[in-house]
Design a protein around this ligand. Structure first.
Ligand code: SF4
Length: 350
């Protein structure tokens, strides 16, 4: 993984850029204008499976009817469900009431002020506990949701599958290291706001991103490849047909221009698996006359997020073509950096 923030100074610059952007661009939300612990808790629970725009009118109505944790503990389930009607995932509000009763009985009706204790309350998981503890109480903990995982994958150019717990834990550790010493709640909200407004799943608005200078995905144009969300936890499979094209005692190679393995050399390749006739047709389209063709071994190549399933052909031609370099086998072996996936076909030259 490439390093983007090598020093504390870099981290400080990152924090400053993000926090300044947040102060100028954050959306108005009722729980942001009067951020009491109860209001922040209520907002975080309502936002769990619901969009901000939908939540705002529900939040205002709910808070008007039930302004304190003590009121919440006393309200009937039926009244709570009525106030929640249309928001869905009704267990959320029933759990809030359970937690409120617990807080009335054990903490004078006040919300716990740290992540560890918040995690003991019904309906509060890792993310919500981090969000509430940092926003309401400025505890130095992170709040990592899907938005934040996406940003981290892109910032660090990391192809880890964010659906795997070990990967999300690793990304969470990376966020922890980025936390500033103060304004923790704002920092966490700034990351989430960045994910909602700028670093969106499709077409992120990098040009307006406050942390563009720190972003590997932006530098290498990997925004559309990241994050990796692979439900099976398996690599994406791609079929390739590798062509060992021989003219006299020289073999065709080309330089890779696309991102994966960029700058290395490879044998000409066709996407997908093809039979002899399709290969001959392609070679002739490239301007070469085929003298003979024979299938060679099949190989696999594994990358962090892709698996290539390679079939191959050895083709003798009676002329060279433009756009390919023809070299003797020993020169290819000694002087050209051949992508390791293709090294498996080097034996065909010898
Ligand atoms: S530069 Fe683009 S990809 Fe990188 S964090 Fe910003 S919006 Fe996301």
């Amino acid at each position: 993984m490439e390093q983007i923030m090598k020093s504390q100074t870099d981290s400080n610059k990152f924090q400053k850029a993000l926090l300044e952007w947040y102060q100028k661009n954050k959306r108005e939300m009722p729980w942001r204008s009067k951020p009491t612990p109860y209001r922040i808790w209520l907002s975080e629970i309502m936002l769990q499976q619901t969009r901000v725009d939908t939540v705002i009118p529900y939040f205002e109505k709910f808070f008007k009817h039930i302004p304190t944790i003590i009121d919440l503990a006393r309200t009937s389930d039926q009244d709570l469900l009525k106030l929640w009607e249309g928001l869905g995932y009704y267990r959320r509000v029933i759990n809030m009431k359970k937690a409120a009763i617990h807080l009335v009985e054990n903490n004078n009706g006040k919300l716990y002020d740290n992540k560890k204790d918040l995690l003991t309350l019904a309906g509060i998981g890792e993310y919500s506990a981090g969000a509430i503890a940092s926003i309401a109480f400025q505890e130095k903990v992170c709040a990592v949701d899907g938005n934040v995982l996406r940003i981290m994958a892109r910032l660090y150019g990391d192809y880890g599958n964010i659906l795997q717990p070990t990967v999300s834990k690793r990304f969470t550790d990376m966020v922890e290291k980025l936390l500033p010493d103060s304004s923790i709640g704002d920092f966490n909200q700034a990351l989430m706001e960045l994910g909602a407004l700028i670093c969106t799943p499709k077409s992120p608005d990098c040009i307006h991103c406050p942390v563009m200078n720190f972003c590997i995905a932006e530098k290498s144009m990997l925004q559309n490849e990241l994050p990796v969300r692979d439900k099976q936890g398996v690599r994406r499979k791609e079929d390739k047909t590798v062509l060992i094209i021989q003219f006299k005692n020289r073999f065709a190679i080309t330089k890779r221009e696309n991102r994966l393995l960029e700058g290395l050399w490879e044998f000409p390749v066709m996407d997908g698996h093809h039979d002899k006739d399709e290969v001959i047709e392609t070679i002739e389209k490239w301007g070469m006359k085929v003298l003979s063709i024979a299938a060679v071994k099949k190989e696999k190549a594994l990358f962090s997020h892709i698996e290539w399933d390679m079939a191959g052909f050895h083709i003798m031609v009676n002329n060279k073509c433009d756009g390919m370099t023809f070299e003797a086998a020993d020169k290819i072996v000694d002087e050209y950096p051949i992508a390791s996936a293709y090294q498996k076909y080097i034996s065909e030259l010898l």
